[in-house]
Design a protein around this ligand. Structure first.
Ligand code: ADP
Length: 326
């Protein structure tokens, strides 16, 4: 049976007439859990309540088995929280920053522990440099080291890689995946769909304070039936857009040069139908490609902004897809 680290029951936060978090309930086991949502969706409010920094209006949650309402001190002992704003002192060295945290938490043998966590985040070589000389990625890793000194069982991390370059992002993710592998529950908030897809074991998408979907990235993606089918043709001059209007479950998104892009309820079923219709219209096909749904599609489908028809954003995506094939 999966071990549950966070168990949330009807958690609610109201600010005056604004319902910031509207009775959310969910469970988080070990691994990396991602909370996704547009700005203002309620992500930070949920994290603040789970980390006992904000009192819920209603509902409760248990973190590592302790109630955030009745046992906040116990909860704090077993968690760490890395907020988005930098929480390191530029005037101290990396080692001094982490040592400060180790002493605050009353860690036994703090110097050894500091060495250990600095090594874990690849900062041992630069431990005695002033943090003012660190890059953004090094500062983020230093914050992670601070968060790990007291061996938390649950690590909350707001937007772990925002503003970092590709190499720094992958270093942070390597560490977070490593922690998850060692049994730590890593709870992140993120806007980055590709990272959520690649690194999270489970994601929840929230909007207007409510959870819209919660599952593994692959289950969420397979729940989206629509695919983008791109057909490359050799005689684009003879292509007549209206000739595909009647095909069931298929809609023309646009054409560009030799590439014609369709939106299909099922990519697999669309190919024979399109093939036949294109052939009838004298169009010669050199290739078909089906783009599987991404986490971005899941996200857009889950939040209110994306309800209804495909719009400008999708035509941009179409152009991007076509460009990628050139
Ligand atoms: P997110 O982290 O997803 O961007 P937040 O949890 O920060 O969203 O905010 C959720 C909603 O609650 C937003 O509408 C925000 O304006 C509102 N909110 C957040 N904090 C406060 C506060 N201290 N007072 C009043 N409204 C707030």
């Amino acid at each position: 049976m999966e071990e549950i680290s966070i168990d949330v029951f009807g958690l609610t936060k109201r600010y005056g007439s604004l319902m910031a978090v509207d009775s959310v309930s969910f469970r988080v086991g070990t691994g990396v859990f991602g909370l996704l949502g547009p700005n203002g969706a309620g992500k930070s409010t949920i994290v603040l309540m789970l980390t006992t920094l904000l009192k819920p209006t209603k509902g409760t949650a248990f973190v590592c088995g302790y109630s955030i309402i009745n046992e906040p001190v116990k909860v704090r002992e077993c968690i760490s929280y890395v907020p988005q704003e930098l929480a390191v002192d530029d005037k101290l060295t990396g080692r001094e920053n982490v040592l400060l945290y180790a002493r605050l938490y009353g860690v036994s043998s703090p110097k050894d522990k500091v060495d250990e966590v600095l090594a874990l985040v690849d900062l041992r070589d630069r431990a005695d440099s002033l943090v003012s000389a660190y890059s953004g990625g090094m500062k983020r890793r230093l914050e992670l080291a601070q968060a790990l000194v007291h061996e938390p069982r649950v690590l909350f991390f707001d937007e772990p890689t925002v503003g970092l370059d590709v190499a720094s992002r992958s270093r942070i993710w390597e560490r977070l995946r490593g922690l998850a592998h060692d049994g730590v529950t890593v709870f992140i908030t993120t806007h980055n769909m590709e990272e959520a897809d690649e690194f999270c074991d489970k994601v929840a998408i929230i909007d207007h304070g409510a959870i819209k979907v919660i599952d593994t990235p692959s289950n969420l993606k397979s729940g989206i039936s629509r695919s983008v089918v791109i057909v490359r043709i050799t005689n684009p001059d003879t292509f007549i857009p209206d000739a595909y209007d009647h095909l069931e479950g298929i809609r023309l998104l646009g054409s560009r040069g030799q590439d014609i892009c369709f939106l299909a309820d099922s990519g697999e079923e669309a190919i024979p139908l399109l093939s036949e219709q294109l052939r009838r219209n004298g169009i010669r096909v050199s290739s078909f490609s089906v783009n599987q749904p991404t986490m971005n599609d899941v996200f857009l489908k889950s939040i209110d902004a994306a309800e209804g028809e495909w719009t400008g954003a999708d035509s941009k995506r179409f152009k991007r897809l076509v460009r990628r094939r050139k």
